[in-house]
Design a protein around this ligand. Structure first.
Ligand code: ADE
Length: 225
């Protein structure tokens, strides 16, 4: 899978892309993440990527020319361009799974008041939000999306099962987990987990997951999700 990221701040990605699961996925050649600095496609001395909005008002708007040039130079034909914006459709596990099935996609990270509308009209295939709050730019949302997608690419997670059993697939929260020691600061691991009875353990986990879901996120099971 190839992921092209178009941003004004490519350095922000250094940490998340070079640690843990994404690092391994890249090293194994399972994903090819490419960063592109939108400012490299400006032509003035100050590398100007934004400008004041027509009609007035606060904030700045990303200019169309560098974004068009960057997309035309680096995004392969037919690859969907996804714009990260709080105005997009919410990122869900289902959407991450859908993107994990693609050969590649490109992410455009906005900043300031957003991008010139002509970028959306002519280049953007889809807009995605990571939640109903406003961040300074699309970089953190792009990292969240890349993490959620890359771990679903076949071969990335050592244990294929672990991706399937956890929260949201199916629409339930996860059960509690314990490891050694059996007693820690007076708190015991539930007896059933030590019993060796796999049927009982599976039942307990299912019940715990359902209880948690009802307590914390009843919306997941009543069709609102
Ligand atoms: N850019 C700024 N805030 C965002 C959000 N919540 N989701 C996606 N992109 C954003």
């Amino acid at each position: 899978m190839r992921i092209d990221i178009l941003t004004l701040f490519p350095q922000m990605f250094a940490g998340p892309l070079s640690e843990s699961m994404i690092k391994l996925a890249r090293e194994r050649g399972l994903v090819d993440v490419r960063l592109h600095d939108i400012r490299d496609y400006t032509h003035d001395k100050h590398r100007t990527a934004d400008d004041r909005p027509f009609g007035g008002g606060p904030g700045m708007v990303l200019k169309p020319e560098p974004i068009f040039e960057c997309v035309e130079a680096v995004v392969p034909q037919g690859t969907p361009l996804i714009y990260m914006t709080p105005q997009g459709r919410p990122l869900t596990q289902a959407k991450a799974g859908e993107l994990a099935g693609l050969e590649g996609f490109a992410l455009l990270c906005g900043h300031y008041e957003g991008v010139d509308e002509r970028v959306r009209e002519a280049l953007v295939a889809e807009e995605i939000s990571i939640g109903d709050y406003v961040l300074t730019g699309g970089e953190l949302p792009a990292m969240v999306l890349v993490d959620a997608v890359v771990r679903l690419v076949p071969g990335v997670l050592g244990d294929e099962e672990s991706a399937q059993q956890e929260s949201f697939s199916p629409k339930n929260l996860d059960c509690p987990h314990y490891t050694r020691p059996e007693v820690f600061r007076g708190r015991r691991v539930p007896e059933v987990l030590l019993s060796g009875n796999h049927g009982e353990i599976a039942r307990w986990r299912r019940e715990q997951a359902e209880k948690r879901t009802q307590e914390r996120r009843p919306d997941l099971t009543n069709g609102e999700f």
